[in-house]
Structure formats: C-alpha cells, structure tokens
Design a protein. Structure first.
Lengths: 288, 296
C-alpha cells in the first residue's frame, strides 16, 4: 500500500541524494551524469576561491540567524499577548489577520512591496515627500535591503508561528495559573515561571528545525522582493539564489553543484549537531 | 493583592493596540495592491499609489479579460495542476500514511525512517534538476507542475498523526469480519478521516496554487505557465527594462506587459481565491499547524 508513495520518495528524494556526487564530476549535458569524468575537488577549488562563496554564506547564515532570533522573540511575544485576550471575536480577528501573509506567495508580496518602494509612485516615497524628505531609490541601494528583508520575513512568518505558540499556551493546564494567582504571582511571574517553561519543548523543537535549515534560504523572499536585481546581490544574494542562477542562467554547473553540495552537507551536519546538543541538555526535547 | 481594575484595563488596551497595529500591517500590502488594481491608470500617474483608489475604475480587469489570452490560460493551467496535484497527492500520501500509523505493521519503523530521513538530508537543487529534466524528461509537461510535490514528507507525517488517533480496534474488528486491507483503507479509514483529509488537502492546495518554483525551473513553453509564474515573469521583465540586466531565461514579448494597474490586478487575481477561501477554513489550518508541530 505504501509502495506508490515510497517509490515517488525514492525517485525524487533518494536518487538526488546519490546524484550529489555530481559535484566531483566535470558535468556536461552531452555526457550526462554517468559519462562525465571525475575531477575530484576541482569544483570546490573554484567555488571557494571565488568572492561568491563568502558573500552567499555570510548572507544566508546572517539573515537566517536574525530571522530565527527575532522571529522567536516577536512570535512568542504575540502569542503571550493573544493569551491575555478574553474577547472571542477579537481573538478570531487577530488570528485571521495574522494568517493573511502566510497565504500570499512571495511573488504577490513582491508586487505589494514594489507598490510601496517604487521610486516615482511608491507609497513610502510619497509619505517621505510629505515630510519634506527626498525620495529614495530603494531598488539600487544595498544598504536598505537587510532591514527590508528582515521585516518582510517577520511579516510573513510571525503570524503563523505565534498561532502555533498560542496553541501551545492554550494547552497549559489552567490550574497552574490559578494556583500561582492564589500565591500572589503577577503577570510577569506567570509568564516567566509557567508559560515559558511549559512552552520550552515546543520552542526547542521549532528552533532545532529552523537551525537545521539555516543553510537553506527562503528562495522566494530573496528572489522576488529584490527582483533579482544584480546591483543588490551584495546584500540579497543567498546560497539558493546563487545555485539557481548558476544552474539556470549562467549555466555554470560546476559552481552550482559545489555550492549545492556545501549546502546539503552543512545542513545535514547542523541538524545532527543541534539535535545532539539538545539531547545532551534535555533528552526529552530531542527530535530523534 | 493583584492588579487593580484600572491597571488591568490599561494593560489590555496596550495589548489590543499592539496586536491591532500588527494585524493592519498584515493586511495593508494586499489592500494597496487591490487599490492600485482598481485605480485608473491616469490617476496612478498623477497621485501615485494610495491606500484607497483616488479614481476608482475597473478598466484594468476589463483589459485583462479582453486582451490577454495568456492570463486566462495561466489561470486554467493553475486550476488544472492544483486540482490534479491535490487529488493525486492526497491519494498517494494517505496510502503511505496508513501503514505508518498502524502499530501492527511489521515494516513501520524502517518505513517511518525512510520518510523522515528525507527531512534531514537532501541532494539539493542541482541533482534534482538534472534528474527531472534530463533523465525523467518531464520538462515542459503538465506533470512537472505537480508530480515532484506529490509526496511531501511533512504532510505524510501530519496525516499519520491524524490517522493514529483512530482506535485500532475498529480496524481489528473489520479484519475479523473478513475485510481486506484495501477495503479497510477505502471503506473505514477514508470516511472516518474526512476532517483530516480536508486539513492536509488545504495545505496541499495552497502549496500548489502558490507555487512558482517548479514552473520557474522546468517550464519554458508559454502555454503551460501557471499564474504565479506568469506574474513572476512579468515582474522580472519590468526589472529587466529598468535595470538593463540580462536574464536569458525570460522569453515573453516585452510589448505584452500590461500597465501598472493591470499587473496589480493580476496579482490580486492570483492571490484572490486563497484569500477568499481561507477565512472559512481557518480552523483546519490552525489544527494542521498545531498537530504538525507535535512530536510524533
């Protein structure tokens, strides 16, 4: 019964795992995977000698670490606030609104961002103009993009993470809070002594999953928001966009496969490492 | 002893204020897109983009319906691949999740590992791309738009979590009555799991409807471009015009690009169905998210 699904997984997930060996070959479309000659670590030599390797690693890790940290703080803060609210209809409204960005694809978000940032007609430059501030050229200046991308990522993910954490908070036994109230605990004490410790397993799980993917950037965010503008690569190019471009646009399979291998292997090691660390500190929270 | 009435009221209004501000932030982008879509082109040139159309008009939508076969086609492609994909994906992953949820299944552990391991390690884009385009020859076919996403391990594990909540004794009694495994699947499990299937089905639908990744990689034939991919191509073409960068993989005739309001109208049409549908199914989404984050 499991056969069709297992076969599909085998073809689309397991075959590429073996296919990762392509990194050690001088691949050309004509010779194919099996016909191309082995070249050892040559692709890596080229990749790590290039400026690109450092730039895309720094961007990918820097952005993802910021996303994880800020995302965690903000979404837990929102979840705690939602938890204080008693009105059912207000709760329903907030949850619905918070979910909104999750349903928009990055392509549509890219259009919306363009409406805000367009130099001549954009909403932001219009607002700046009203305060007598000169219009800015958002799509040509590298320095603007780290905050823009961080905010965009928060906008997209905070809503659904806070709903997950909120559901976690709902699962906490009310009696704990009642007992604390009787003992005279205030709101902060309840948060620090009950809510957060009770959420810890869920937080660890979600953070491990995110750390395991820290070498994987959200392609849509980094491709559709800065619109793949070459001028902005310094602050917007990540491993995923780089691999895509090398593969599909410049056709440099060697570079693409080296970056690809680096990403897969580092990602895997990080999953194992973060799980191992959690296991050491608190075995119950480990995923496997 | 505890906070007095006034302080609590103050605290609550601060919380409401913050949450309300963020909820506005979540909604405003799509409001601006809608406002531009419903504005006349001339007003956009005069006043720029605004939250509320300064000169409301539906010319952009009329323009799209009249002038662009391609957009309607893209809508059709999106509908086709989303429905084909959702139905076949639900079928395949429910078949896979069923044995995974059964304690009495011999190979349960190795099979679970087989599924779970793909979450930990993957070969990455390059071998995946070469496999699909060069060896499976799926490029520029409708199949490439849904087959690679048929089995998404997260959804398998999510469905398994739901299935394992059904008491084993039901299956056992059916077995005693002589039901085959497939009969148990189709006549007992499926009817019992309608809400679970709806939940996972919604995630799958969303995934397919919003997908631009597969077409970006594998579709060059204009007749097979789904809506999100068409949007992304148009966006990149504008970028191309304004920055003079070379993007060799874009092949749409530049003169086809509609004006600002029409492009935003397209973005709205692409986002529309999901935004319209999701408030009604929100509780399923919340349930799916929370069940998915449980350790299984």
């Amino acid at each position: 019964m499991a056969l069709p699904g297992a076969m599909i997984l085998f073809v689309f997930n397991y075959l590429p795992m073996a296919g990762i060996l392509i990194t050690f070959k001088d691949y050309t479309a004509r010779n194919g995977f099996f016909g191309s000659p082995w070249v050892g670590f040559k692709n890596f030599d080229f990749f790590f000698a290039s400026q690109d390797a450092w730039r895309i690693t720094r961007n990918t890790l820097g952005y993802n670490a910021t996303f994880i940290l800020l995302g965690l703080v903000v979404s837990i803060a929102f979840a705690l606030m939602l938890n204080e609210i008693r009105s059912r209809s207000a709760l329903k409204y907030y949850q619905t609104a918070f979910f909104f960005p999750y349903f928009l694809s990055w392509v549509v978000a890219g259009y919306a961002l363009y409406a805000f940032l367009d130099t001549d007609q954009g909403v932001i430059n219009d607002l700046l103009g009203r305060f007598g501030i000169e219009a800015k050229s958002w799509y040509t200046e590298n320095g603007y993009w780290p905050p823009i991308l961080i905010l965009a990522n928060l906008w997209k993910t905070v809503g659904y993470y806070s709903v997950i954490y909120y559901a976690g908070l709902m699962g906490i036994d009310r009696q704990l809070y009642e007992a604390a109230m009787i003992d005279g605990a205030n709101t902060w004490q309840k948060i620090w002594r009950i809510s957060l410790p009770m959420l810890a397993p869920l937080i660890t799980l979600l953070v491990i999953l995110q750390i395991g993917r820290i070498f994987y950037a959200d392609f849509g965010l980094f491709y559709f928001l800065p619109r793949n503008i070459g001028l902005l690569y310094k602050t917007t190019d990540v491993i995923d966009t780089y691999v895509f471009r090398s593969l599909r646009v410049t056709g440099n399979i060697g570079m693409a496969s080296a970056a690809n291998f680096y990403q897969s292997v580092m990602g895997f090691l990080l999953v194992l490492l973060s799980n191992w660390i959690v296991k050491k500190t608190n075995a119950e929270n480990a995923i496997f | 002893m505890i906070e007095n009435q006034a302080r609590r009221r103050f605290k609550n209004s601060v919380i409401h204020l913050i949450l309300f501000a963020f909820s506005l932030l979540c909604i405003i982008p799509i409001v601006v897109v809608a406002s531009i879509a419903f504005s006349s082109e001339s007003s956009l040139n005069d006043v720029g983009y605004t939250l509320v159309p300064s000169d409301p008009s539906i010319t952009a939508f009329r323009y799209i319906l009249k002038n662009s076969n391609q957009i309607l086609r893209a809508y059709g492609v999106s509908l086709a691949n989303t429905s084909l994909g959702t139905i076949s994906s639900l079928f395949v992953i429910s078949l896979l999740a069923f044995p995974l949820s059964r304690r009495d299944y011999r190979l349960r552990k190795p099979l679970a590992f087989f599924v779970f391991f793909t979450l930990l390690f993957n070969g990455g884009l390059v071998p995946w791309y070469i496999l699909i385009s060069k060896y499976l020859h799926l490029k520029d076919t409708i199949f490439v738009l849904f087959v690679p996403y048929l089995v998404i391990p997260w959804f398998v594990l999510l469905l398994r979590t739901f299935f394992s909540q059904i008491p084993m004794s039901i299956f056992e009694s059916a077995k005693i009555d002589g039901a085959s495994e497939f009969a148990i699947y189709s006549r007992i499990l499926m009817p019992l799991s309608k809400p679970a299937l709806a939940t996972v089905g919604l995630f799958i639908t969303l995934n397919y409807w919003n997908d631009w990744w597969l077409p970006l990689l594998y579709i060059d034939n204009e007749a097979l471009i789904p809506l999100p991919a068409l949007l992304s191509r148009m966006m990149m073409n504008i970028t191309y015009l304004t920055t003079q960068m070379t993007n060799s993989f874009i092949q749409i005739d530049i003169s086809n690009i509609p004006k600002e309001s029409a492009r935003m109208a397209m973005a709205l049409l692409a986002a529309g169905p999901m935004l319209f549908v999701f408030p009604f199914f929100q509780k399923y989404f919340v349930r799916g998210l929370t069940a998915g984050s449980l350790k299984g």
